[in-house]
Design a protein around this ligand. Structure first.
Ligand SMILES: [Mg+2]
Length: 400
């Protein structure tokens, strides 16, 4: 008998960063410590359980739990696992025709389908998507926010200490939030604090770590400060400059010129805001190769879609560098599965959510990298005992 999805549960799962995070260039206040993942567990009559984080649907404008449950009932409940994806030569090549539109618009459904199909086949997501590409997954620490503004009396030293704690735990790549001089500080003071933070972290962590910066568009409208930031951080040998300004061909042509002049080895990356990649300005940025790395979100886009997107990026020699912030502990698991599946891989964004509801104690970064999961599917199970405490009291269950 073909496997059919006969029960689905949804529950909010608290997800906590390892510490309290400050603000970035666009958030009005600090990010705090706590997030929420919306854990979807879809079970089949064959005893398989697929997982997803539906946060994107619940937190979207107009989204709520009732509409999420209605969508799951319509798209997954009672459906045969075989109909979710089109398989050719043993590999997933497209979404099934009946669910294609749903999987395109809600990427976490793409991931749920990929997880269910690969677990039903008893193989990893990487195998389903074309083969395991690597065993070691480099990851970067992505929580170095404006910690100096959270603890002003400790200033720059607080940001440096934050990065040093990540280094002590095994991280070897760090992304630093910059762009203070837009909304968090005055332009002049913000520029100088950004420079001080970047050079201070480089000095503290030594020459071998990789350092990236992300301005969340904080240098919009400040061309002179942008040039000064890039010029002054040359000694930090930045691996990439992320979202220094809002995406447009003109803005990225100017940025390309600055990069060519001051830091030709540094990548220009952007795209986490693109929910239907590639769309809007990113079509031209990719066509004209004005970015070197493209960053649509893993959970928002999904695994099969990301695999398809990579093929298009390869034609332009643009690297996949998916965004993975806000996706909870599930995001780490989903990111490892994607990293294992793509031909090219740069680094996994790690927002450092503490273990919560998954039996994933083995997920530890060692010398800058995680071990690739073996599967089946995402290679992770829900820890039922924990779920009974943190998920079950707040869950909705629907049955076919
Ligand atoms: Mg970013």
């Amino acid at each position: 008998m073909a496997d059919t999805i006969n029960e689905i549960s949804v529950a909010p799962i608290p997800a906590r960063h390892w510490t309290e995070l400050g603000r970035n260039a666009y958030t009005p206040e600090g990010l705090g410590e706590t997030r929420t993942e919306w854990l979807v567990r879809a079970r089949t009559n064959g005893g398989v359980e697929g997982l997803a984080n539906a946060r994107q649907s619940v937190s979207a404008e107009g989204g709520n739990v009732a509409s999420l449950v209605a969508d799951l009932r319509e798209i997954f409940l009672g459906r045969s696992v075989n109909s979710l994806l089109e398989i050719a030569d043993g590999h997933a090549v497209a979404a099934g025709s009946d669910v294609r539109q749903a999987l395109l618009t809600r990427g976490w459904m793409d991931t749920l389908a990929v997880d269910l199909v690969s677990r039903t086949r008893g193989e990893s997501i990487a195998t389903l998507l074309g083969g395991r590409r690597r065993n070691r997954i480099p990851a970067y620490e992505s929580t170095t926010y404006f910690q100096d503004l959270l603890h002003p009396h400790r200033g720059v030293g607080e940001v440096i200490a934050h990065a040093c704690r990540g280094f002590a735990l095994g991280f070897r790549q760090f992304k630093i939030k910059v762009g203070r001089g837009g909304r968090a500080m005055t332009p002049h003071a913000g520029l100088h604090r950004d420079i001080e933070v970047v050079l201070g972290i480089r000095e503290a962590l030594g020459p071998d770590v990789k350092l990236m910066v992300d301005a969340n568009f904080g240098y919009d409208g400040q061309p002179e400060n942008l040039e000064e930031f890039i010029r002054a951080t040359i000694p930090a040998r930045l691996t990439w400059l992320e979202e220094m300004v809002t995406a447009s061909v003109d803005a990225y042509q100017s940025l390309r010129n600055l990069q060519a002049k001051y830091c030709p080895e540094t990548l220009l990356v952007a795209g986490e805001v693109d929910g239907n990649p590639p769309s809007g300005a990113f079509v031209d940025l990719i066509d004209q190769r004005l970015i070197d790395g493209y960053q649509p979100d893993i959970v928002r886009i999904g695994h099969l879609r990301w695999k398809q997107l990579e093929t298009r990026l390869q034609e332009k020699s643009i690297l996949p560098i998916p965004h993975n912030f806000g996706n909870g502990r599930f995001g780490l698991v989903a990111g490892l599965a994607l990293a294992t599946s793509l031909d090219n891989w740069v680094s996994l964004e790690d927002e450092r959510i503490r273990p919560n509801v998954y039996a994933d104690d083995e997920l530890t970064i060692v010398n800058g990298a995680y071990q690739a999961p073996d599967g089946p599917g995402l290679g992770i199970q829900v820890d039922q005992e924990t779920y009974e405490r943190v998920g079950a009291p707040n869950e909705v269950v629907i049955r076919a």
